[in-house]
Ligand binder design. Structure first.
Ligand code: MN
Length: 245
């Protein structure tokens, strides 16, 4: 199996390294990642500046661009002969639950890969960062147990793993996205020259976290699996709008 591995936390992120090492036990893994933390970059592409790809001593490719740039560039420049079988993004440091997926660079990697015709997994660790290895083992298990046709379909998977020891997981839950409240308030401060600066607040608490949601799965110590699609059309609203216009 050939896997393209990307992330949004940057090429030096611990989650990327652990996932690469784990997937390498059964697959050929090509790692392409931003040269810095690009969390919350969503699906942005760099179009006003040139991109450079540099291979590091550990074999990973570092790109001075966004998570989606990395996918785009990898397919254009590294896979002229043999395309990867699928794309994996992560392990992200932190949840990608509910509305998070709209801001997430981790999920954007998977969407970009899906747009290019590949099956793609976004995997995120929720909670204690001592347990990246749990998420890595979960991905290894998923990729080696899913039927091959599921790995070949242009499917977009959003996986969230609780940050707990592997043996404490309560299995898998197939989930829909929940919802969050708007993010926490902006934090204003002054810089060393006395000028006002702002920090965007962290994600808000969950507002729709009931049974069946990804938030609920995590609260039950289960691995949340959410199949995603990218058509944002409000289908329930179509009929009433047709009547108006
Ligand atoms: Mn991130």
């Amino acid at each position: 199996m050939n896997i393209l591995l990307c992330n949004d936390d940057g090429v030096f992120a611990p989650g990327l390294k652990i996932l690469a090492e784990t997937l390498q036990s059964f697959a050929t893994v090509t790692v392409v990642a931003p040269d810095r933390n690009c969390s919350a970059a969503s699906h942005s592409l760099t179009v006003e500046n040139p991109l450079r790809m540099r291979q590091l001593d550990n074999g990973f490719y570092s790109v001075n661009g966004t998570p989606a740039d990395c996918v785009h560039l990898a397919f254009a420049s590294l896979f002229s002969e043999q395309s990867p079988d699928l794309v994996v993004s992560g392990i992200n440091a932190g949840a990608n639950l509910g509305d998070d997926v709209l801001y997430s660079g981790t999920v954007a990697v998977a969407i970009e890969a899906r747009n290019l015709g590949y099956s793609a997994f976004a995997v995120s660790l929720v909670g204690d960062e001592a347990y990246y290895i749990t998420a890595a083992q979960v991905m290894k298990q998923l990729l080696s147990t899913l039927p091959p046709e599921w790995l070949q379909a242009k499917q977009l998977w959003n996986i969230n793993v609780p940050g707990i020891p592997l043996q404490d997981l309560e299995g898998f839950a197939v989930s829909r996205l929940g919802r969050r409240h708007p993010s926490e308030p902006i934090v204003p401060q002054t810089d060393p020259r006395g000028r006002l600066i702002y920090w965007i607040g962290p994600p808000g608490p969950s507002v729709d976290a009931g049974v069946g949601t990804d938030f609920y799965a995590i609260s039950e110590n289960k691995v949340s699996i959410t199949p995603l699609q990218t058509d944002l059309t409000d289908r329930d609203r179509l009929a009433s709008l047709h009547a108006l216009f």
